[in-house]
Write a protein of this length. Structure first.
Length: 153
């Protein structure tokens, strides 16, 4: 199997950043390009039935989120992906698992992600279950998934 492109979805949580050293190592080993994916929250799917916040407020927040996510991704990539032959950042909005799987079908030969992301930031012990996004990606991925346990370091 040839690995030319590695997809690294990150929610920028401390757990998800722990996959960076795996991404860097695999990219260096395979001389693969890395696509770093951030999926912003699609707030309209949460507030669609309510009159507030209106679409303009939601759009303003989403623009704010994506601007800050881009800045943070640039910092993370600069610090953690120095040995990668090439990387690109993609920022989208929507359902995280659906967007990860969509991007995997379009561009990836492998996905690297942590078993727990933002929702497990404060866990003190290993959870026997994967996070919901990891579980959905593992169950439907069209490419191999390298799953990183963020509690193992």
């Amino acid at each position: 199997m040839e690995i030319r492109t590695i997809l690294w979805p990150t929610d920028l949580s401390k757990n998800s950043i722990k996959a960076a050293k795996h991404v860097e190592s695999l990219a260096e080993k395979y001389q693969a390009k890395v696509v770093v994916l951030y999926v912003g929250v699609d707030l309209m799917s949460h507030f669609g039935a309510y009159s507030y916040p209106d679409e303009a407020h939601v759009k303003h927040f989403q623009e704010f989120e994506m601007k800050n996510a881009r800045k943070r991704l640039e910092e993370v990539c600069e610090k953690n992906l120095k040995a990668c032959p090439a990387f690109e950042m993609r920022l989208v909005q929507g359902d995280p698992a659906a967007e990860i799987l969509k991007m995997a079908r379009q561009t990836a030969d492998m996905i690297v992600l942590t078993s727990h992301g933002r929702g497990a930031e404060d866990l003190d012990q290993r959870s026997p279950e994967f996070g919901s996004v990891a579980r959905r990606v593992l169950g439907s991925s069209p490419v191999p998934v390298h799953l990183v346990n963020p509690f193992g370091d």
